[in-house]
Write a protein that binds this ligand. Structure first.
Ligand SMILES: NC(=O)c1ccc[n+]([C@@H]2O[C@H](COP(=O)([O-])OP(=O)(O)OC[C@H]3O[C@@H](n4cnc5c(N)ncnc54)[C@H](O)[C@@H]3O)[C@@H](O)[C@H]2O)c1
Length: 310
């Protein structure tokens, strides 16, 4: 069995690639990343009991024909990921992210490989209190160019499953929290930990403080991907994956336990005007998955790994 991880050096990838050998000890693990975000350190000290093959390459230019067969799983994490920043580079985000997905959908369809694609709960922009995967199109209201691309990628996968026999699973991940060696700090929990550790004010979007949003512990993210492969969960459908729905207040109160003099500054942002909503993960729970993540533990570990004032 072969497992190919694209975008392997990123926040999620750098954690996942360390979990795969334990779950699939006999697998051949192939990592692809174009180092767009320069996370070289993600390759340091990989588990020594497993051999990895790393390609420093762009997914859009990679010749997948030479490595794919029907005993291969592709985990697609390759993307430009800063949602708030994507207003400034929307064309580049679309070109990179959509085209990566298309190349992989083509290659997987041709070879019989199975594709796990990671979308985002940011595709919802709902007025409902609780939303799930069956919601009507009006509740899919992506709030950034990044999220719009995600939605187009999801449609592409559905189209390929019908017209080209692609076998895929798509996860809509909540915002990730938790430490990894290739961690990034664009997103809420991680950014707040970073700011608090540096003695800066936490920049909270004005409307966001009491709004519920979906979050996913990094350990649960890796466990969800491993679970999908183990259960052969390739039903050409989408699952929400999230450990909890939380407000920014709950997140910042947790950080305050470890950095009591932490301060908040309210700021404006373009992704700001939605009402509070929660995302349901019942569909994935019904497949037998259980979440084990813990916000406080993840925040504690992140803070522990950063320099901060005593
Ligand atoms: N982290 C989150 O909160 C979160 C939440 C929901 C969904 N997701 C999705 O999960 C996936 C992984 O997210 P992440 O947080 O690890 O992102 P990340 O930015 O940390 O990592 C992405 C990696 O992809 C690589 N990459 C980008 N374009 C590439 C290309 N064309 N070819 C090869 N490599 C390329 C980058 O160099 C980087 O190492 C993304 O699709 C992201 O949208 C992430």
């Amino acid at each position: 069995m072969k497992i190919i991880v694209t975008g392997a050096l990123g926040h999620i990838g750098s954690h996942l690639i360390r979990r795969l050998p334990e779950a699939f000890p006999k697998s051949e693990i192939i990592l692809i990343d174009n180092l767009l975000t320069q996370r070289f350190a993600s390759l340091f000290k990989l588990p020594s009991n497993h051999s990895y093959k790393f390609f420093s390459a762009d997914v859009r230019e990679f010749d997948f024909n030479k490595i794919l067969d029907n005993d291969t799983f592709i985990i697609n994490l390759a993307a430009i990921t800063d949602a708030a920043g994507s207003f400034e580079n929307s064309e580049e985000v679309e070109k990179n992210n959509f085209d990566c997905t298309q190349v992989l959908a083509e290659a997987a369809s041709r070879s019989g490989a199975k594709l796990i694609h990671i979308s985002s709960t940011s595709v919802y922009g709902t007025q409902s209190n609780l939303v799930d995967e069956t919601c009507p199109d009006e509740e899919l209201n992506p709030q950034s160019p990044y999220a719009e691309s995600k939605l187009r990628e999801e449609s592409l996968l559905k189209k390929y499953s019908k017209s080209k026999n692609l076998q895929f699973l798509c996860f809509r991940f909540g915002t990730i929290y938790g430490f990894s060696i290739g961690m990034r700090f664009h997103t809420a929990v991680n950014k707040f930990c970073w700011q608090a550790c540096l003695g800066d004010e936490l920049t909270v979007w004005e409307t966001a403080y009491h709004q519920k949003r979906p979050y996913l512990d990094l350990n649960d993210a890796a466990r969800a991907i491993i679970f999908a492969i183990e259960k052969n969960l390739f039903k050409n459908t989408t699952y929400n994956a999230l450990t909890n729905n939380l407000t920014v207040k709950e997140v910042s109160d947790t950080i305050k336990k470890y950095i009591p003099d932490m301060k908040i500054k309210f700021v404006k942002n373009k992704i700001m005007n939605q009402l509070s909503y929660e995302v349901s993960t019942k569909k994935f729970l019904d497949e037998g998955f259980s979440y084990q993540g813990n916000l406080e533990k993840a925040i504690k570990e992140t803070i522990y790994n950063l320099p901060h004032k005593p």
